[in-house]
Design a protein around this ligand. Structure first.
Ligand SMILES: Cc1ncc(COP(=O)(O)O)c(C=O)c1O
Length: 361
């Protein structure tokens, strides 16, 4: 009756809630890569207006949101290239459902976002891990060698969570040209807005060229709507039209639909978020450097560090100072910690706490 691969403890638990500290100690949540600016006022307004209609079913399709996405992509893609759902994570779940069966294989490169292995396992697929190099770079040659007749999907993230590395355009071009036509590349780009490298690429040029690639996106990061639960993917029409066949009517709540559409319209808020992340990234990396903390280059709104003490003790110490950070052993980075970039005050508090720890060693 029970499926063994579901009975295994593979539930994705996600990061914790904001801690409560004694009065006088401010809490800075730098553990879930959330948007330190919150979210757009236009979203609040759209959601407040939509609240009045909560007794009515939402639109039975997501077409207005998909049209807004098409506009956001400067009409290079049509509404039909998109699939929306209740988060980027749910998109991963949906594509696992439509493409995977028991006995299939998928390839991941740890450290990586946990749902790649957890959600694909629910379909009975086996994850083959081709670990990143010690410097946290993809071993793309290794991935190509790991492809078998059973391989259905390869998961790549750029920037990757939790390591922050990205895949340069030319490297991706060379890789995709060698991937067999029947294997889908799931390209997770939920942190794409934060990337500054001139050779960074989203999945867009490859989708336009008709590669078997799916770009995964989320409203939780740049748009600051982690609590609203909205995400989307885009892909060549053959893939997107197929994936949408399993999407249920009324999948997105009216609040999620209106909120997401309003978020796409507020390009000033997006710009402010990107500016803040890019500026604070420089500030934090410089601070870590000055403290002599080992970290890896990052294009995301977070950085992976090698803490000066055991990672759980480090996390507890930081928490005692009101700073929430994330140990990422479970992601496949044993002993390491991921720290999100906050506003300047939060980043200063984080660096000061780390300095205090180092002084007491
Ligand atoms: C790499 C990566 N992909 C996808 C997601 C999914 O985000 P959400 O489910 O909040 O849309 C996250 C969230 O942390 C992530 O880090």
């Amino acid at each position: 009756m029970y499926k063994s691969y579901i009975q295994e403890d593979s539930t994705y638990k996600g990061g914790g809630k904001k801690i409560v500290m004694p009065t006088g100690i401010e809490v800075h949540k730098l553990s879930s890569n959330e948007n330190p600016l919150g979210f757009s006022k236009k979203v609040s307004l759209a959601i407040t207006n939509a609240v009045n209609d909560l007794s009515l079913y939402p639109d039975n399709t997501d077409i207005r949101l998909r049209e807004a996405l098409s506009k956001d992509f400067k009409e290079q893609l049509d509404a039909d290239h998109f699939v929306t759902a209740n988060s980027g994570s749910e998109i991963i779940d949906i594509i696992s459902k439509v493409f995977l069966s028991e006995g299939d294989e998928i390839i991941v490169s740890q450290p990586c976002f946990l749902p790649y292995t957890a959600f694909t396992r629910w379909m009975g697929a086996k994850a083959i891990n081709v670990p990143m190099t010690p410097d946290y770079d993809y071993n793309l040659e290794g991935i190509l060698k790991a492809i078998t007749a059973k391989t259905k999907m390869i998961f790549l993230a750029s920037p990757n969570n939790p390591s922050g590395n990205y895949i340069p355009y030319d490297v991706l071009v060379a890789f995709l040209s060698k991937v067999p036509k029947n294997v889908i590349v799931v390209y997770d780009e939920v942190y794409r807005h934060f990337a500054e490298a001139s050779d960074y690429t989203s999945a867009l040029p490859f989708v336009l060229e008709g590669y078997n690639i799916i770009g995964i996106n989320s409203f939780s990061k740049t748009y600051g709507l982690a609590g609203l639960r909205v995400g989307y993917c885009y892909a060549p029409l053959a893939l997107s039209n197929y994936i949408r066949k399993v999407c249920k009517p009324f999948l997105l709540s009216s609040l999620a639909l209106e909120g997401a559409i309003a978020a796409l319209e507020d390009t000033d808020f997006v710009q402010r978020t990107v500016d803040l992340v890019q500026e604070e990234r420089k500030f934090v990396l410089k601070g870590l450097d000055e403290l002599g903390i080992k970290f890896w280059p990052t294009e995301g709104n977070f950085v992976l560090i090698d803490p000066p003490v055991e990672n759980i003790d480090f996390t507890k110490f930081m928490e005692s100072k009101g700073i929430m950070v994330r140990p990422v052993g479970v992601f496949g980075a044993p002993g390491k910690v991921r720290i999100s970039f906050g506003v300047r005050k939060a980043n200063e508090a984080m660096l000061a706490a780390m300095k205090e720890l180092l002084n007491n060693l």
